[in-house]
Design a protein around this ligand. Structure first.
Ligand code: FMN
Length: 177
C-alpha cells in the first residue's frame, strides 16, 4: 500500500475525540513525534470527515466519559470498520483513572474498549492519564465529577505519550511499507 504523499512515503491518520481539548493535545503530541520520525501525519477530529482510506496506519484516541469512549470515536470505528479492517490500527484512551496504573484502572480501560473491539481489532491499546478541570467543564459534567469525588489536576504525562508514539512505526508495521 502506498501512503498519502509523505516524505518517507509512509502516512498515518491520527483521529481523536475530545470534549475539552486534553485528548486533542495528546493526539497532537503523538502526531509531532511521528512527524519527527519522517512520517506524514494528518491529525483530525473523529467526525464524519475522518476517512482511513489510503493511509498506511491509523491511530484513534478518545477520553473516557462514564466508562466509555466519546460517541464520535465509537461512531468512527463502527462507520469505518471495513476500511479499518484493512489497515493496522492502534488506539489510546485517556482518563483520570489511568493516573494510577492499578490493575483495576487498566481493567476498566480494557472494558471500555469492548465497544471498539466489536468492530475493529487494534494491534495496540494505550491508556494515558488525563486532565480534570472542574472549572471549565459544563455544569452537568461538574456535578458528575463532584459526585465521583474526582480531584482536579493535569495528570497527563507527555513523555509517556511520546515514548508510545515512538513505538508506533514498529507496532503499525510501517517499517515494512
Ligand atoms: C463527566 C466526566 C466523566 C468522566 N468519566 C471518566 C471515566 O469514566 N473514566 C476515566 O478514567 N476518566 C473519566 N473522566 C476524565 C476524562 O476522561 C479526562 O478528564 C480527559 O482528560 C478529558 O478529555 P478531553 O479534555 O479530551 O475531553 C471523566 C471526566 C468528566 C468531566
Amino acid at each position: 500500500m502506498t501512503g498519502r504523499s509523505g516524505r518517507s512515503g509512509v502516512s498515518v491518520l491520527v483521529c481523536y475525540a475530545s470534549r475539552y481539548g486534553s485528548t486533542r493535545e495528546i493526539a497532537e503530541c503523538i502526531s509531532e513525534e511521528l512527524r519527527a520520525l519522517g512520517v506524514h501525519v494528518d491529525c483530525i477530529p473523529a467526525g464524519r470527515d475522518a476517512d482511513p482510506e489510503g493511509y498506511d496506519g491509523v491511530v484513534i484516541g478518545s477520553p473516557l466519559y462514564m466508562g466509555k469512549w466519546l460517541v464520535d470515536a465509537r461512531e468512527l470505528v463502527s462507520r469505518e470498520r471495513v476500511a479499518l479492517g484493512q489497515v493496522p490500527v492502534a488506539v489510546f484512551s485517556v482518563g483520570y483513572s489511568f493516573r494510577n496504573r492499578s490493575e483495576q484502572a487498566l481493567r476498566s480501560g480494557d472494558a471500555a474498549l469492548s465497544d471498539v473491539r466489536l468492530f475493529i481489532n487494534p494491534r495496540e491499546s494505550a491508556f494515558f492519564p488525563g486532565k480534570v478541570s472542574p472549572s471549565v467543564v459544563s455544569l452537568s459534567d461538574q456535578a458528575i465529577l463532584t459526585l465521583a469525588g474526582v480531584a482536579e489536576g493535569d495528570f497527563r504525562d507527555m513523555e509517556m505519550v511520546r515514548s508510545w508514539a515512538r513505538t508506533l512505526p514498529m507496532i503499525l508495521g510501517l517499517e515494512e511499507v
